[in-house]
Every structure is written in structure tokens, then in C-alpha cells.
Design a protein around this ligand. Sequence first.
Ligand SMILES: [Zn+2]
Ligand SMILES: [Zn+2]
Length: 392
Amino acid sequence: MAMESIVERIRQKASDISEQLVAWRRFLHQNPELSFEEAATSAYIQGLLSDCGIPHRAGFARHGIVGLLSGEGSSTRVIALRADMDALPIQEENDCPYVSRNAGVMHACGHDVHMTWLLGALVILQDLRGQWSGRVKFLFQPGEERLPGGASAMISEGALEDPVPDCIIGQHVQPDMPVGVVGLRDGMFMASSDELYLTIHGQGGHAAMPHLCIDPVVVAAELVLALQKLVAREKDPFGAAVLTIGRMTTPGGATNVIPSTVHLEGTFRCMDEEYRKSVHQRIRELATGICNAHGAKLEMRIESGYPALYNEPALVQRCRELGMQYFGDEGVTEAPARMTSEDFAWYGRKVPAVFCRTGIGKKVSVHHPRFDVDETCLAVGAGWLALLAMRI
Ligand SMILES: [Zn+2]
Ligand SMILES: [Zn+2]
């Protein structure tokens, strides 16, 4: 079938199921669950898949689901589609009929939309199975928002085996873009992310007698500034990296008391694995050196998070071509690189991958208590994912 007519057929199918998509998304939005606790979400999706006669298997990374759809053509190609399932520990502040019913939990990163997009794409793919060839593997993945993330567990439990996909596609909501626009970028797209935990043990005492103490606050201040130099002075200025100490606490201390301990917590993000490893080592050296110089003791832990996300350029190019057909020339934009991270990056370590960002028509940022989407994005994103699965 000619490209124009397949795009038309997909658009028509997506529009036919648009009310259904809204209903699914609203149910998921009203019933959000935290990372690795997505039992009801998983049951709901399994029910819908069963109702639609779409074969699947549950129990990956606890609540994950993997399945396979076959087109009628004889190709052996396998295309994987992935949606994440978890919500965030945020109290929703929207005033809408589908507001979260779970206090303190909210789909504020659009994962309810991601699941709906994937469900919609599967329904379209099933209806149009005479129009495509090969197999589509689909992954509903839990726990994207919390380390160690669900993706690595899905992989180690075999989600990318039997059959091994030729490539994998992920799609994320993008608040600052209108509905009908997709953002693409080849190469390094999102950052790696590591969590830093440092405790400086000094010796507390009277604030007026610092010479009798080892002041961990001053040591911590020196350390926070020194850590910035790892980015400012030890990184090639053409590469991106960020180190932020986001929390500095002490169990004691007062205007007149030097505490005995300071805790620091932060994040380190970059786009380059070699540099990433070297920085872990340099943080250790700097922190140990500064603490030693002042007679303080250091405890530290670096929790390695997700790797940097790499988009396979050939796949991105194909997405651009298909995007022109589906969204029109104006609807395909160059997405800027981001220092946020995504555990979708793990899939890209195993098979060629592309992660795109799709406009949702509302401006409030993800992870905000007033985040929401223009629901016309549901049919648009479902159709887009179906087209990619059929033609990438
Ligand atoms: Zn998020
Ligand atoms: Zn997200």
C-alpha cells in the first residue's frame, strides 16, 4: 500500500478509537501507582490486552508485560515498542474530573499517556495487520522513575530475547510542544545520571571555639565548590556535564553550635561514559583529600544510575522521513539534548534504539503537580507509534 494511504488508514483508525483512548488514559491517570508497585496498572493493561485478543505475558520485573503481534506479511523483522508504567510521589493539584484518586501519587511524567499510546498502537496494528509484515514486540515496563529502574530488570529477565528485536522505539510526552509535533535527535540525546551521597564526620563543639573542633560545615563548603571544578576544569568544554549538590543537611548545629556531621546529596550527569567513570574516581579523590587535609573523615557512596541515551542516527533519519508523512514538514523538529535521564537508555545498549518526544499541547513541565496534557495527543501519538512499528 502506498505510503500516503497507509498514513491515512492509520489516522482514520486512531481517530475511530480516540474516545476509547481518552477513557483508558483517564482510568490510568486516576489510579497512579509508584515505581515497582504497578500491580493494578498491570492488571488493567492485561485485561485490555486480553479483551483485544492480543497475546502477552506478565511478570517481567514484577509488574511488566511483554507480548508479540504478527503482521500478515512474511518478513522476519521484529520491531519493539516500549512504554513505562509508573507514577511519581506528587500530590496532584489539577482540578479535573480525572484527577488522581491516590493521595500523594500522580502520573506527572505522562506515563499514563505512554501506556495509552502503546495500547492504541497495538489496536491499530492488529486491525491493520494485513498492511504490515514481521512482528511487533511490546514492552510495558515498570519503575522508570526510581533507581535501579525497570528497564535493566526487564532485559535481564529476557524481555529482549526470543525474539531479539531489530530495534526498539520509545516515545515520551513533551510539554512545550503542540500536539502534532515530534522532536527527534540523533546521537547522544539524554544524560547518564548518578547519585552522590557523602557524609563528612568532623568534631562538633562551641561555635566560638572553632580551634577546638573540626568544623564539617566549612569542609563541606570547600568540597561543594571543589566538585564544581570537575565539570568546569576537567571536562572538554564541548561536552555536556552537570554536578549538583541538591541537599546539604546536618543532624546538629545551631547559631552557636558546630555540628559533628554534614550530609551531602547530589547528582552527576553527563553524555560520555569514559568521563563518567573518571569523575567517579575524581570525586572520591577530591573528597578524601579535602577531608584528610582538615582532619575530617569521609563516608561516600556513588549510586550508578542510567547510562546516557543514544539514538541510532539511521533510525532517527527514518523517523524524520516518516514524521514528514505523518506530521507534515512543520511537525518534525530537532529536539535539544537534555540533561534529564531515562532508563530507556539501557535498551539502546542492547539493540539499536530511538527515543522521540511528542508534543502534548500543554506547557506545565513534567514532574509538576499541575502537569496535564491536551487529550487530542492520545490518538496522534498512538497512530505515530503504529506507523513507526509498520514502516521504520
Ligand atoms: Zn519522569
Ligand atoms: Zn518519564
